[in-house]
Write a protein that binds this ligand. Structure first.
Ligand code: 9D3
Length: 252
């Protein structure tokens, strides 16, 4: 998969793309990340990329000419998605990541200032994506996050072991708690079922604890999680016994 990223701040991408898994994926030729500086497509003496909004009001708007020139130069005659990272976009999630992982190539456009001239969107943009209902300073961090989430879905990017786990882990639930050595840490014991080596029991415990956590922290996710009849019974028991903690994960 090839990611072509258009930005006014290409240097912001150094860290996340050159460490760990994404670094290895690039070295292995599984992904390619190309950065293009929108400022290189200005034709005026002072390399201006923004201007005041028609109609007045605060802030600045990205000028259409350099941005459209950049997109057209990078895209050539290809028909790949051209995605604007934008607070007005559809909200990114794992389903969107899976959808985007099907393409051979994505062009990501990072906005700055108050936004981009609407005619850029009309002429060049095929999709707009937001990463959630909070306000950032630009589209660069959202683009990095998208590259990360999409890349790990590509064959070979994660280790073979983790890759196999990807399918089985699409449970629609939060994960169970994890533990490693020592079995007693500062007086806190690892649940004994995990030390006993009874694999069916361990799987049942993990599944149950995943359901418990999802109920406590993300009850909204239970609506579409596929549960067995026994698990539905367990959930009903939880609902009786344990008052759910208030949801502090509000969007505004
Ligand atoms: C005051 C109106 N703001 C719109 C919500 C203006 C504005 C704020 C922040 C315009 C652009 C930005 C910069 N943000 C992004 O470019 C962005 C973003 C975000 O802020 N949150 C979540 N996802 C994204 S994707 C791109």
């Amino acid at each position: 998969m090839r990611f072509d990223i258009l930005t006014l701040f290409p240097e912001m991408f150094a860290g996340p793309m050159t460490e760990s898994i994404l670094k290895r994926a690039q070295e292995a030729g599984l992904i390619q990340v190309n950065l293009f500086n929108i400022r290189d497509y200005t034709t005026d003496k002072h390399h201006v990329t923004d201007d005041t909004p028609f109609g007045g009001g605060g802030g600045m708007v990205m000028k259409p000419k350099p941005l459209v020139a950049a997109i057209r130069d990078v895209k050539k005659t290809d028909t790949c998605p051209v995605i604007l990272m934008s607070p007005q976009g559809r909200v990114f999630n794992q389903r969107v990541a899976r959808e985007l992982a099907q393409y051979e190539r994505l062009i990501l456009v990072c906005g700055r200032y108050e936004g981009v001239d609407e005619r850029v969107i009309e002429l060049c943009i095929t999709d707009e994506i937001s990463i959630g209902d909070f306000v950032l300073t630009g589209g660069e961090l959202p683009a990095m996050l998208l590259v990360d989430a999409v890349s790990r879905l590509l064959p070979g990017v994660l280790g073979a072991e983790q890759g196999a786990e990807l399918d089985s882990h699409a449970t629609g639930l939060l994960e169970h708690p994890h533990y490693t050595r020592p079995a007693n840490f500062e007086g806190l014991e690892v649940p004994s079922v995990l030390l006993e080596g009874h694999h069916a029991k361990i799987e049942a415990w993990r599944r149950r604890e995943g359901i418990r956590r999802t109920w406590q922290r993300r009850p909204d996710m239970l609506a579409d999680a596929p549960l067995s009849e026994e698990e539905k019974w367990f959930l009903a028991e939880l609902a009786k016994q344990q008052p759910r903690q208030p949801n502090t994960n509000l969007t505004d």
